[in-house]
Design a protein around this ligand. Sequence first.
Ligand SMILES: C[S@@+](CC[C@H](N)C(=O)[O-])C[C@H]1O[C@@H](n2cnc3c(N)ncnc32)[C@H](O)[C@@H]1O
Length: 279
Amino acid sequence: MPALNQKIAHFYDRSSTIWEETWGEHMHHGYYGADGTVAKDHYQAQIDLIEELLAFGNVGTPKRIVDLGCGIGGSALYLAEKYNAEVVGLTLSPFQARRATERAVAAGLSDRVRFEVADAQNPPLERGAYDLIWSMESGEHMSDKKKFLQVSADLLKPGGVFLMATWCHRPTPPALSRRDHKLLRNLYRDYHLPYIISLPDYAKIAEKVGLGAVESADWSQAVSPFWMAVVRSALSWQSVKGLLDAGLPTIIGAWAMNWMIRGYRRGLIRFGVLRGVKK
Ligand SMILES: C[S@@+](CC[C@H](N)C(=O)[O-])C[C@H]1O[C@@H](n2cnc3c(N)ncnc32)[C@H](O)[C@@H]1O
C-alpha cells in the first residue's frame, strides 16, 4: 500500500471511535441552509447535506450503489434504506470496514450492504454495473484525481450518476499566493491529503473521463457553521479524554480544524459538489 494510503488508514483506524462517540456515524460537513444561517441540530445538518446532495445529483432511484470512501457506513446504510438498494462501501481503514459491517448487521441490512478495505482508485468491483457512485468527502484524499473520476465513470452503467462532495481550493486565476500554499501544506500534512484542486478543474476532468450533464456548485456558505461546532464539541471533557486515548495523529487532526476554519474565512478552501452522468 502506498505510504499516503497507510497514513490515511491509520488516521481513520485511530480517530473513528472518538468521532462516532461525539458526532455519530456521518464523518462529513452539515448543511445549514443555502446561506448557512439556519440553526439546527448538527446531526440533522449532516442528514440534510446527504439529502441536498441527492437532490442536486438528481439520482432517480438507484438500485446498485458504490460508496467510495465510506467511513463507518453512514451514507451507505442511509442510501441502502432510502432506495432499498444494494450498496458496497470501500475504505482504506480496516477498523472502519469492521465497524461499518457491524452497523450493517445491527441495521438488518447485511444481506445487501457490504464493506471492503480497498483503494477507491483501483476498486475490486465489476465495471459498468452501478447506478450511483457516491463520494462524500473522500476525493480530497485521492492521490490521482483523474484516475478516481475515471474509475468512477467506468463503474457506472450508461445513465448512472457520479455524485461527489469534496474539499477544493478556490478557482484560479488569480494564482494561489505563497500564504495560500503554506496553509494548504499544513492542511495536507495534518489530514493526510496529497493535494486538492478547484471545482472547475474537477468539472474539466469529469468531462474528459466520459461523464455528461456535468454540474458543479460551491456550497461553502451552506456548510460554514460546521467547523466551529466541531471545535466546540472537541473542547468537551469527554472529547479531550477521547483525543488523548486516540493518540497523536488524531490530536493533530483535531488541531487541523484550525486550518479549515482559516482557509474557509480566507475564501481559499471551498466545499464543492459535482455530478455527472455516464454517457
Ligand atoms: C472524511 S471520511 C468520510 C467518510 C464517509 N464518506 C462519511 O461521509 O461518513 C474519508 C473516508 O475516505 C476514505 N478514503 C480515503 N482515501 C481513500 C482511498 N484511496 N480509497 C478508499 N477510501 C479512501 C477513508 O478511509 C475514509 O473512510
